[in-house]
Structure formats: structure tokens, C-alpha cells
Write a protein that binds this ligand. Structure first.
Ligand code: ZN
Ligand code: ZN
Length: 510
């Protein structure tokens, strides 16, 4: 590995005895780029290589439960008690994933008491989605490498891939590194991982079959509905977090990546559908921040906290959450504003002298307002105050009249007027000093020092646009065939002073 490719590894810190070191302790700073560049993915799957690339264990697990459930639907009557229990067991095992695997272990968004941890670890095993350790490792990589090839269920590979494809087809790459040392050092997580298969059978099959069987004699209903059919729903509920939640809805907090917020996703995922928020604030115990949004997982954690079984519920400050929202709102407004046509700014308009303005006003209706020259020909008959008010201001400075002297115009009028700009009056107003320059002085040679003084004086007296007047004066842009206007600066107050200094070779303009 070249030095360039592996930048500044973090300082190696030895782990405490018996504690696993973080997996990402010594990765290079450019880990993602470096890994994608230096490791080759497996070749794409084709029809001829499909069978070799199927993950048969996952395929069996994901096809067996729906097959059993469908068989049960056609052969076994569903009694209402079993139906209610199946829904209840769906929520129990689903919360094992959402409140346990996801928000407690993968994101550490709150602390849970030991009884609650055991309950969630057991419930999560009943959802048949792997152990806490395996599940959290993949999920942490998903958050860390969202929409890259190091994301184990990257949404950029399509809806089907992120929903189920990534489990059925052998992955083309290993997921990116994600530290799970906290989980590996957690005895309960290790216990659940070690006995996972037994816990799975207990919680996914035995308990949901035995409870309806013992309590109301519906063993078959328990097996087909509370175990098999319920499992299909729990599976696809969680899978929707990887697929639907990265595809359907809005991005109210950030649109850099694919996660989206949508109530429909929330409904089918026990409240995990506000996924745009979740990817922005993954350590927040909430997915939904509004009271009326559907997030039963948040309600469950809050209830557990009320009973003293959960604590240290992490919530990002509202101020920070709102920053993200406002950024996105501004982005939308900016996109709308970019669709509109805006007036030409003073930087893009020609700077015109008063004389030139007067000259042109004889051939077309030009009116000066606030330093800008406007061609109002298209508006003569549309002016609500009448044509005569515009006509009498042609070739004049109508600033006072426009700003309330005659009528205090509306914002819409200001906007409309700005669209009629054709030039900027040099100095912003009629400069008496301009008239004082005799024609002989319009061709002038002067010292650099004197020129600088004149420039400073002009800047002080005039409108800010005058700062570029020296080089651009008289360029009407679309007005052709006009004689060049006078060019020496109008701030030349003393002819004698200028004459005295006419010894240098700085030609101001011809
Ligand atoms: Zn996600
Ligand atoms: Zn997450």
C-alpha cells in the first residue's frame, strides 16, 4: 500500500485486557475511496452463474415461511383470538428489532435495564433476522457507507436489491468496516449470539404455537398464523426500512443521500419510516419527532422509561434539527427562485453619462429612477397612473416621484421597473461638474497620482457604481452607432490644477 493511498492512520491505542479493540481504529483516513479502489468486487451475477451465487440458507429461510403461511391459510381456519395474538406477536418480535436491535444496540440511542435487554434480545430472535451482533454490524455499515458499495444493502443498487436481493445473492463486496467492539464486549449480546438458533426456535416457532394451543386449543392456527404468517410480515416490515425508506417520500432534513420520510413506510415498519431524520440523527431514540407521527417504537421506549426500565433517552436538540429543515426549505425556495427571470444587475449594465442619457431619451422613453435608466416603452400604455406621468419624466430623474413623491409604488411595481433597466447613470444622478468640462479637456494626459486623486474624489461623491465608470463609461451595449461619450472624470473641478499636472504619460481616454 503506497503512502499516498493510506493516509494518516489513527494512533494505535491498545485495548484494555479482555476488551476487544475497535475494528476501525487503524483504518486510513481515505478508507472508503482506498477500499473501493484497491479491492475488486466479485464479477456481476449472470444467468449462467446464478446458481453458484445464491445464498441457499437465506433463500430457504425467506421462502419457507411464506410457503408454510400460504399452505396454512388454505387449510386452517383463523379464529379471532389467534388473529389478535398473531398481530400482538408481530409487534413483540418487531419491537425486538426496532427498539432492541436497531435503536438500542445498533445506535445506542438509550440505555435499557437488564430485564428489558433480555426481553428485547429474545423478542428480536423471534424475528429471525440474525443475532444482535450480526444485524448491528451490517446496520452500522449501512449508516456509515450509505449509498456506496460498502453499504451491505445500498439503495443505489435498486429497490429489489435493498429489500431482499442482498440476502439471497452472495454480496459482491464485504461490507465496510464498522466498529462493534461495544457489542462484542457485551455479555448479553455474546450470549444471544451463542444461543441464537435455540432462541430463534423458541421465540419464532415454539412460543407463538404453544400460547394459542394451550390457552384456546388452536395449535395449528398458532403455528400457521402466529409463527409462519407473522414471521413473513415481520421480515418484510424490516426489509422495507432498507428499501421503501430509501425510495419513497421526502427529504426534509438532508437530500445528500437516499433516505426518505414517509408515513406509509412508518406504518409498515413500526415507526421506522422517518428514515431521512433517522440517517441525520441516528443516535436519536426517535424516528418521528412530531407527536402525531406514527412511531410506536418511540412510544414503547418512552413507556419503558416511564416505568424505569429505560433511561438516558438521546434526543438531538430541536435547534439542530430545525437547522437541517430550514436548509432544505431554503434549498427548495432557491430552486423556485432560479426558475424566475431576475433584473440585470448594475454589474452587467452599461454605464451611461447624463449627456448620453439625454440624447437617447429623444428617440425612446428612458426614465431615470434610483441611478438606473429604464426603457419604459413596453409599459407606456400599461402604467396604472396613466401614460402622461411616464411621458413627463422621460429623460428625467423620477426617483422622488417614484418613491412616494407622486405615488409610493408597491413591491410589484419595483420588481417590474427593475426588469426595464437598460443602463446605469454614471454617478447615479446628474453631475453638474460633468458639464464644466470643456471639449478640449476630454482628451487628456495626466499623472498617475492625479488620476488616483480624481478617482478617489469621484468615489466619494458618487453612487458606488461610479467605481467602474472610468473604464466602462458610455458603453450602451445594445445601442449601436452612438458617438463615444465624454470620458474624463467629472470630478475635475479645477482646470488649472489639471493643467499643472499634465506632464505624465497616463492617457486616460481618447
Ligand atoms: Zn437506511
Ligand atoms: Zn439505523
Amino acid at each position: 500500500m503506497s503512502k499516498l493511498e493510506q493516509r494518516r492512520p489513527a494512533a494505535s491505542v491498545p485495548p484494555t485486557p479482555h476488551q476487544e479493540a475497535p475494528a476501525d481504529l487503524n483504518i486510513p483516513d481515505n478508507y472508503v475511496q482506498h477500499t473501493l479502489k484497491t479491492t475488486k468486487p466479485l464479477p456481476p451475477v449472470t444467468w449462467s452463474t446464478l446458481l453458484d451465487n445464491i445464498n441457499w440458507v437465506s433463500l430457504l429461510a425467506l421462502t419457507l415461511s411464506p410457503s408454510v403461511a400460504i399452505y396454512g391459510m388454505f387449510t386452517t381456519h383463523l379464529c379471532w383470538k389467534t388473529a389478535i395474538f398473531s398481530v400482538f406477536w408481530y409487534f413483540v418480535t418487531g419491537l425486538g428489532i426496532t427498539a432492541g436491535y436497531h435503536r438500542l444496540w445498533a445506535h445506542r440511542s438509550y440505555n435499557a435495564s437488564l430485564p428489558l435487554q433480555y426481553a428485547l434480545a429474545l423478542a428480536g430472535a423471534g424475528a429471525v433476522q440474525g443475532s444482535i451482533k450480526w444485524w448491528s454490524r451490517g446496520h452500522r455499515a449501512h449508516h456509515r457507507y450509505t449509498d456506496t458499495d460498502l453499504d451491505p444493502y445500498g439503495a443505489h443498487h435498486g429497490l429489489l436489491w435493498s429489500h431482499i436481493g442482498w440476502m439471497i445473492i452472495k454480496p459482491r463486496r464485504k461490507p465496510g468496516v464498522a466498529d462493534c467492539s461495544d457489542l462484542n464486549n457485551n455479555p448479553l449480546v455474546r450470549w444471544q449470539h451463542q444461543y441464537y438458533i435455540w432462541l430463534l426456535v423458541l421465540m419464532a416457532v415454539i412460543v407463538p404455537t404453544v400460547i394459542p394451543g394451550v390457552c384456546w386449543g388452536d395449535w395449528k392456527g398458532g403455528y400457521f398464523y402466529a409463527a409462519a404468517a407473522r414471521l413473513v410480515f415481520v421480515h418484510h416490515s424490516t426489509f422495507c426500512v432498507n428499501s421503501l425508506a430509501h425510495w419513497l417520500g421526502e427529504s426534509p432534513f438532508d437530500d445528500k443521500h437516499t433516505p426518505r420520510d414517509h408515513v406509509l413506510t412508518a406504518l409498515v415498519t413500526i415507526g421506522e419510516g422517518y428514515h431521512n431524520f433517522h440517517h441525520q440523527f441516528p443516535m436519536d431514540y426517535r424516528n418521528a419527532i412530531k407527536w402525531y407521527q406514527y412511531d410506536p417504537t418511540k412510544w414503547f421506549i418512552t413507556t419503558m422509561s416511564f416505568f424505569g426500565l429505560a433511561s438516558h433517552l438521546k434526543a438531538f436538540p430541536d435547534n439542530e434539527v430545525r437547522k437541517g429543515q430550514i436548509t432544505m426549505e431554503l434549498k427548495k425556495i432557491k430552486a423556485k427562485a432560479d426558475d424566475l427571470k431576475w433584473p440585470t444587475t448594475s454589474n452587467d449594465l452599461p454605464i451611461i453619462t447624463w449627456d448620453s442619457f439625454q440624447e437617447q431619451s429623444k428617440t425612446r422613453p428612458l426614465i431615470l429612477v434610483a441611478g438606473f435608466i429604464h426603457d419604459v416603452s413596453s409599459f407606456m400604455d400599461e402604467h396604472p397612473g396613466g401614460r402622461h406621468l411616464l411621458r413627463k419624466n422621460i429623460g428625467k430623474d423620477a426617483t422622488t416621484a417614484f418613491f412616494g413623491g407622486v405615488y409610493d409604488h408597491s413591491n410589484a411595481a419595483h420588481n417590474l421597473l427593475a426588469m426595464m433597466r437598460v443602463g446605469v447613470l454614471r454617478g447615479g444622478l446628474e453631475l453638474e461638474s460633468e458639464k464644466a468640462i470643456p471639449p478640449s479637456q476630454r482628451l487628456e494626459v495626466m499623472r498617475g497620482q492625479a488620476l488616483a486623486q480624481l478617482r478617489a474624489q469621484v468615489a466619494k461623491e458618487s453612487h458606488p457604481v461610479a467605481s467602474r465608470a472610468d473604464s466602462e463609461v458610455g458603453d450602451w451595449g445594445d445601442i449601436k452607432g452612438l458617438p463615444s461619450p465624454p470620458l474624463s472624470t467629472g470630478a475635475l473641478n479645477s482646470e488649472d490644477e489639471a493643467t499643472e499636472e499634465c506632464t505624465g504619460l497616463n492617457l486616460t481616454r481618447q
